[in-house]
Design a binder for this molecule. Structure first.
Ligand code: PMP
Length: 428
């Protein structure tokens, strides 16, 4: 029988260290919000494969749909022989996306690919090169998306130069004392100093910063970005790769602000555990590229499309949007309680939108110095006790909740009890 230790040794010899893993355990089996490793240890999964499993591990309807598709065909390449599941999913996504304008959807395989394509489409539609992204934003690990990603370590270290015409604007953030007004001033200054607005194709923003720490964009900021984009003919791209598909209590996080973006990038929880991503956008914008300009061999894989349709049905039929909102309230209340009880000076900020919640740890409330070491200890103690957690944030001092929205209250309570014990162990 396999052991974690054997697999760690084999992995070290066979896999580059650049692809790091948060948990030193190897998966054997998983169901909904639980996972078992190769040694038979059980874990509660608050991470969901980095926000991919809003409908849980192996949702029965998702598995059923994927298996049924496998009995027909698994791959033809949509660019050679197209198929209905791609079209049906595009129709569903076009209907779900906010705004009254007709929509079209391109399907690809990864979140980074979705972002790359959104930029290509925005450039083709506007005839302009520039892209503006934000401090702390995360958009992927390919060279264009890395250029847009706003965090050096570990992603951007030693692999530049990055593509030209990518500019960075400040993200409004309480930790850094940056208000919405400051952020908008920063953006307007960027137009004066570096980025001629008539040469900017797109402004891309995560409506809730994901890897950057689960910081929601204040709604008035989003509204001002919409106005600025309209004023200068710039495309507004909402990167919903992590925040979409019910994580925040709505299909797309940007809906909370009432703002309608021109393009939306999606991936992760859209397909319930299968690799699938896409760009949803205004039909006139999406049609900017010539036939043959978009796609890829695997883009919109039929098994992944079938899984995505089933995952979207599950979110609808099982009331997971409302569940997300309720779950978020519950996590915030319990974090506040656990913080007050176990480590009153550590739980500096508890924040989020719907069930996209994070807690940020500091050394003390006077300096609010980020405590990444404490965060690491909480993660390690939690894993030892059977809970999978993942950190985030520019300073690595926040823990984020990506538990399946299908998880029962009992499982979540069990996970929270482990979390509290881990916090206590990390303080000691
Ligand atoms: N955008 C956002 C907001 C993300 O959170 C991620 C992944 N964490 C990506 C893009 C990149 O997605 P992928 O890892 O599938 O390329």
């Amino acid at each position: 029988d396999l052991t974690n230790a054997q697999l760690i040794a084999r992995r070290e010899a066979a896999v580059p260290r650049g692809v790091a893993s948060a948990a030193p355990i190897y998966a054997k089996y998983a169901e909904n919000a639980e996972l078992w490793d190769v040694e038979g240890n059980r874990f509660i999964d608050f991470c969901g494969g980095i926000g991919v499993l809003n409908t849980g591990h192996r949702h029965p309807k998702v598995i059923e749909a994927a298996k049924a598709q496998e009995d027909h065909y698994t791959h033809t390449s949509f660019q050679v022989v197209p198929y209905e599941p791609y079209i049906e999913l595009a129709e569903r996504l076009n209907a779900l996306a906010p705004g009254d304008a007709p929509k079209k959807t391109l399907l690809v395989t990864t979140g980074a690919e979705a972002v790359e394509n959104a930029v290509k489409i925005a450039r083709a539609a506007t005839g302009r090169p520039g892209v503006i992204a934000f401090t702390g934003g995360y958009h992927g690990r390919t060279l264009l998306t890395l250029g847009m990603t706003g965090k050096v370590s570990p992603y951007k270290k030693d692999v530049g130069p990055f593509p030209a015409d990518i500019f960075r604007a400040p993200f409004p953030n309480v930790r850094d004392g940056i208000t919405v007004e400051d952020a908008i001033t920063g953006l307007k200054n960027l137009f004066l100093t570096d980025a001629q607005p008539e040469r900017v194709a797109a402004i891309i923003i995560e409506p809730v910063l994901g890897e950057g720490g689960y910081v929601p964009v204040p709604f008035e900021m989003m509204q001002q970005l919409r106005d600025i984009c309209d004023e200068h003919g710039i495309m507004l791209i909402a990167d919903e790769v992590q925040a979409g598909f019910g994580r925040t209590g709505t299909w797309f996080a940007i809906e909370h602000s009432g703002v309608v973006p021109d393009l939306i990038t999606v991936a992760k929880s859209m397909a319930g555990g299968y690799p699938l991503a896409g760009v949803i956008g205004r039909a006139d914008v999406m049609d900017a590229m010539e036939p043959g300009g978009l796609g890829g061999t695997y883009g919109g894989n039929p098994v992944a499309c079938a899984a995505a349709i089933a995952a979207i049905d599950a979110i609808e039929n099982e009331g997971l949007l409302a569940r997300s909102t309720a779950m978020g309230e519950m996590f915030k209340a319990r974090f506040a309680q656990i913080g007050a009880r176990s480590a009153p000076f550590r739980f500096w900020d508890i924040r989020g939108l719907g069930a996209m919640v994070a807690v940020e740890f500091v050394t003390d409330f006077d300096t609010i110095a980020p405590d990444a070491a404490f965060t690491k200890r909480v993660v390690a103690h939690a894993l030892k006790r059977g809970l999978i957690l993942l950190s985030c944030g520019m300073h690595g001092n926040a823990l984020r909740i990506m538990v399946p929205l299908t998880a029962s209250d009992a499982i979540i309570e069990e996970g929270l009890a482990i979390f509290e014990a881990a916090v206590q162990a990390a303080v000691a």
